[in-house]
Structure formats: C-alpha cells, structure tokens
Write a protein that binds this ligand. Structure first.
Ligand code: SF4
Length: 316
C-alpha cells in the first residue's frame, strides 16, 4: 500500500474518555494490532454534536425503523440535534477517504445493528440502528462497516479486514491512470479471492469486463465496485475456500510427486472438514508457488490478502 488505510472508528474504542459516564471502551486488538496497519479517524457523535462529558445516558425509543433518541431519566428528545449534526458530518467525512468504519456496539448513536429500542411499558426490542451509524451507512452504502463486538468473531474479523484491504487496492486502481488494462489486471489478480466468496459474482464481474470497451469508464467502475463489495460481503465458507484451494493444487499436478499430491489434498480435506485452520493449506500452497515460481498464483491476492502478522487465517 502506498498510503495507510484510513478507517473511521467510534472514538471511545480508541480509549478516549467520551462516554456518558466519562469512561471509554478501549479495544486493544483495534488499537495495538490492527492499529499498526491503519490510521483511525475517530468520531464521537454524542460529543461532536454538542453534548457534554459526563452526560445523561440516552436510548432509542418508539418505532424501531425510525426511533427517537431520548435521554433516559429526563426524557429530553435529542433526535434533531443528532440528525442535523450527523448529516453534515458524513459530508465532511467524504474528504477523509475512509475504507470503512468500526462502530461501538449497542450504542443508540453508534451501534450498527441490534440496538435496543424501547417501546411502551419500557419494553425493549433489539431491532434498532444507532442514529449516526444509520446516517453513515446510508451515505456510504458500499463501505465495509463492522462493530467491535462482532469483530471478536474470527470469521467476521477476517472478512472485514479482507474487505478493507481489497478496497484499498481498488482505490489505488482508481487513483492511477491504467484505465481498462488496469481493471482487467485487478480482476485477474483478485479472481480466486472473489471466487472464495461468490462464483456468481465473479461471473457477473467477468461479464462487465468483457463489455468494458463499450461502457463509459464511470459506469464501468461503478458497476464493478458494487459487485466487488457485494461479493466480498458474502461469507467465504470452508467449502468455497476448499474449492479454490483444489483449483490451485491443479497448477502443480505435473510438478508434485504422488506423495506430495496426497499430502496437499489431504490437508485441503482436513481444512474442508474444519479440523485445521485455513492458514495451513495456504502456507503449503504458498511454499509450492515459491518453489516452482508459479507466475499466475504468485499474483493472486487470495494467497496474501492482508498482513500475515494479523494471524486472521489462523482461526478460520
Ligand atoms: S459509543 Fe459512540 S457516542 Fe458513545 S461514547 Fe462511543 S463514540 Fe461516543
């Protein structure tokens, strides 16, 4: 990457004392591990829209599809204050060139999903979206977003980080002047990565590339980007990954001994049965790619979609 990836983040996750009680929610994976590879743009909707620290706590109230933001004890409606600020803030955030956003879960302002919404008799349903998070996601529908709580799930974590690194490659392509040739190269190098999420999307994206000469550039990249981000959002299951690994194993059919082939296929099968993590067959295939200088696979982002130090494939 030429530049560090820029991610928006709920400010309390960085350890900033901005919560209603003056506390924070420091997340060490985000600050210390992922923080080595990204530059964060902190946002605290409640403080930035003009509320003090400490402050009365708030919750969502009313219709879960369009709730109000109301202080819990005194019942003051803060919806207009939050919405007015949020609509301006998302426009300002366009300049930050964000690759994604990590929200604080359960917050009536920042929660991405399943936020409590209180109805009559003070009964809550977990069907809400934090007020700023909703406006952010409507404004940037294609940006990868996650919550710090969900990022404790290894598969969700790997998926989110893979999406932001792929988006960074995509933005590099858009910033360059390689035109349609660079797009074809991008598509080629991401083939196995996209296939590990969705063969259907890969085919549709291939169709866009095939018609590239007849489509205006802005429409072409817009259409391709929508498909790319849709595809990567779909879960890469053990079955889909195993199919990709088998495809790669086929590149070595003339070079491996029968014992080596049996070992490789056995390891892929153990992964398919979820008895070993994805990193094991990936390391073995990377070994053969280097040993036999396999040029096509060498360029596949599937084999190194994010820094190995993050250990994301050790747990999926
Ligand atoms: S959850 Fe959001 S609004 Fe609440 S303290 Fe954290 S950043 Fe601020």
């Amino acid at each position: 990457m030429d530049e560090k990836i820029r991610l928006g983040i709920s400010a309390c996750l960085l350890g900033r004392p901005v919560r209603f009680d003056g506390g924070h929610k420091l997340d060490r994976f985000l600050t210390e591990t992922l923080g080595s590879y990204v530059e964060y743009v902190p946002v605290c909707p409640e403080v930035e829209c003009g509320m003090p620290v400490p402050r009365e706590s708030m919750h969502l109230q009313g219709d879960p599809s369009s709730p109000r933001l109301v202080t819990v004890r005194s019942g003051v409606d803060k919806t207009e204050q939050m919405v007015g600020w949020a609509r301006q803030r998302v426009v300002e955030l366009e300049k930050e060139k964000l690759m994604g956003f990590i929200f604080k879960s359960d917050s009536p302002s920042s929660g991405m999903e399943r936020v409590k919404v209180y109805g009559e008799k003070n009964m809550a349903v977990r069907k809400g979206v934090g007020m700023f998070a909703r406006i952010f996601m409507e404004h940037f529908p294609l940006l990868p977003v996650e919550e710090e709580g969900r990022l404790h799930d290894p598969a969700i974590r790997e998926n989110f980080i893979e999406r932001i690194f792929t988006l960074a490659h995509w933005r590099e392509l858009l910033a360059g002047d390689g035109g349609r040739g660079a797009l074809v190269e991008f598509h080629t190098r991401h083939k196995l990565l996209i296939l590990s999420h969705s063969a259907t999307h890969y085919r549709e994206m291939g169709g866009l590339i095939a018609r590239a000469k007849h489509v205006l550039w802005p429409q072409l990249v817009e259409g391709y980007q929508v498909k790319l981000m849709e595809a990567l959002k779909l879960k890469a299951t053990a079955k889909k990954n195993a199919n990709v690994l088998m495809h790669m194993a086929g590149y070595f059919k003339d070079q491996l001994t029968s014992g080596e082939k049996a070992e490789l296929l056995g390891i892929i099968d153990l992964y398919r049965k979820e008895l070993i993590p994805l990193i094991v067959p990936v390391i073995l295939i990377n070994h053969y790619v280097r040993k036999f200088s396999q040029p096509y696979l060498q360029n596949q982002y599937y084999l190194h979609p994010h820094p190995i130090e993050l250990q994301l494939r050790n747990h999926v």
